[in-house]
Design a protein around this ligand. Structure first.
Ligand SMILES: [Zn+2]
Length: 122
Protein backbone atom coordinates (compact mmCIF):
# COMPACT_ATOMS: atom_id res chain seq x y z
CA UNK A 1 0.00 0.00 0.00
CA UNK A 2 1.47 3.32 -1.11
CA UNK A 3 0.43 6.45 0.74
CA UNK A 4 1.34 9.95 -0.42
CA UNK A 5 3.63 12.10 1.73
CA UNK A 6 0.68 14.29 2.63
CA UNK A 7 -1.30 11.31 3.92
CA UNK A 8 1.67 10.24 6.03
CA UNK A 9 2.15 13.79 7.32
CA UNK A 10 -1.48 14.14 8.42
CA UNK A 11 -1.45 10.63 9.85
CA UNK A 12 1.71 11.26 11.89
CA UNK A 13 0.81 14.87 12.85
CA UNK A 14 -2.98 15.15 12.84
CA UNK A 15 -4.35 18.71 12.86
CA UNK A 16 -7.26 19.67 15.11
CA UNK A 17 -7.40 16.35 16.87
CA UNK A 18 -9.35 16.34 20.14
CA UNK A 19 -12.84 17.15 21.37
CA UNK A 20 -14.90 20.31 21.97
CA UNK A 21 -17.04 20.48 25.09
CA UNK A 22 -20.67 21.42 24.33
CA UNK A 23 -20.20 21.55 20.55
CA UNK A 24 -22.72 23.40 18.38
CA UNK A 25 -22.63 20.46 16.01
CA UNK A 26 -21.62 16.86 16.56
CA UNK A 27 -21.44 14.00 14.12
CA UNK A 28 -20.36 10.40 14.47
CA UNK A 29 -20.11 7.90 11.65
CA UNK A 30 -18.58 4.49 11.21
CA UNK A 31 -17.33 2.36 8.38
CA UNK A 32 -18.17 -1.30 8.87
CA UNK A 33 -15.62 -2.54 6.32
CA UNK A 34 -12.57 -0.94 7.98
CA UNK A 35 -13.89 -0.57 11.51
CA UNK A 36 -13.12 3.16 11.34
CA UNK A 37 -15.11 5.43 13.64
CA UNK A 38 -14.99 9.20 13.22
CA UNK A 39 -16.40 11.93 15.43
CA UNK A 40 -16.54 15.60 14.44
CA UNK A 41 -17.11 18.49 16.87
CA UNK A 42 -17.99 21.95 15.58
CA UNK A 43 -18.07 25.36 17.20
CA UNK A 44 -20.21 27.62 15.01
CA UNK A 45 -20.93 31.35 15.21
CA UNK A 46 -23.27 33.03 12.71
CA UNK A 47 -23.03 29.98 10.45
CA UNK A 48 -19.22 30.20 10.35
CA UNK A 49 -17.20 27.26 11.61
CA UNK A 50 -14.98 28.87 14.23
CA UNK A 51 -13.46 25.70 15.61
CA UNK A 52 -13.41 22.07 14.63
CA UNK A 53 -11.97 19.02 16.33
CA UNK A 54 -12.06 15.37 15.44
CA UNK A 55 -11.56 12.06 17.13
CA UNK A 56 -10.97 9.12 14.85
CA UNK A 57 -10.27 5.51 15.59
CA UNK A 58 -9.17 3.90 12.41
CA UNK A 59 -6.68 3.35 9.66
CA UNK A 60 -4.14 5.87 8.35
CA UNK A 61 -6.49 7.01 5.58
CA UNK A 62 -9.31 7.69 8.01
CA UNK A 63 -7.08 9.73 10.31
CA UNK A 64 -5.43 11.66 7.46
CA UNK A 65 -8.76 12.49 5.81
CA UNK A 66 -10.25 13.61 9.14
CA UNK A 67 -7.26 15.82 9.76
CA UNK A 68 -7.16 17.53 6.38
CA UNK A 69 -10.93 17.93 6.13
CA UNK A 70 -10.99 19.85 9.43
CA UNK A 71 -8.47 22.27 7.91
CA UNK A 72 -10.61 22.57 4.79
CA UNK A 73 -13.80 23.58 6.64
CA UNK A 74 -12.31 25.84 9.33
CA UNK A 75 -13.52 29.47 9.01
CA UNK A 76 -15.93 28.36 6.27
CA UNK A 77 -19.65 28.99 6.10
CA UNK A 78 -21.67 25.87 6.96
CA UNK A 79 -23.21 25.77 3.48
CA UNK A 80 -19.72 25.76 1.95
CA UNK A 81 -18.63 23.04 4.35
CA UNK A 82 -21.61 20.93 3.30
CA UNK A 83 -20.27 20.96 -0.25
CA UNK A 84 -16.99 19.33 0.76
CA UNK A 85 -16.72 16.02 -1.06
CA UNK A 86 -14.58 13.02 -0.31
CA UNK A 87 -13.06 13.51 -3.76
CA UNK A 88 -11.85 17.01 -2.84
CA UNK A 89 -10.46 15.64 0.42
CA UNK A 90 -8.61 12.83 -1.35
CA UNK A 91 -7.24 15.29 -3.92
CA UNK A 92 -5.99 17.57 -1.14
CA UNK A 93 -4.05 14.59 0.16
CA UNK A 94 -2.52 13.98 -3.29
CA UNK A 95 -4.67 10.91 -3.69
CA UNK A 96 -5.50 7.82 -1.72
CA UNK A 97 -5.01 4.19 -2.63
CA UNK A 98 -8.24 3.04 -4.38
CA UNK A 99 -9.00 0.45 -1.69
CA UNK A 100 -8.89 3.27 0.88
CA UNK A 101 -11.21 5.72 -0.86
CA UNK A 102 -14.13 4.59 1.30
CA UNK A 103 -12.31 5.95 4.35
CA UNK A 104 -12.43 9.46 2.89
CA UNK A 105 -16.21 9.16 2.56
CA UNK A 106 -16.29 8.95 6.33
CA UNK A 107 -14.91 12.49 6.74
CA UNK A 108 -17.49 13.90 4.35
CA UNK A 109 -20.29 12.04 6.15
CA UNK A 110 -19.13 13.02 9.64
CA UNK A 111 -18.96 16.71 8.70
CA UNK A 112 -22.42 16.55 7.12
CA UNK A 113 -23.81 14.82 10.21
CA UNK A 114 -22.29 17.48 12.49
CA UNK A 115 -23.69 20.34 10.40
CA UNK A 116 -27.11 18.70 10.26
CA UNK A 117 -26.98 18.41 14.03
CA UNK A 118 -26.21 22.13 14.25
CA UNK A 119 -29.07 22.99 11.85
CA UNK A 120 -31.53 20.87 13.78
CA UNK A 121 -30.65 22.65 17.04
CA UNK A 122 -31.04 26.13 15.63
ZN1 LIG B 1 -10.17 2.83 6.76
Amino acid sequence: MQYSEKVMDHFMNPRNSGVIENPDGYGKVGSPSCGDVMEIFLKIEDDIIKDVKFRTFGCASAIATSSISTEMILEKNVSEALELTNKAVAEALDGLPPVKMHCSVLAEEAIKAAIEDYMSKK
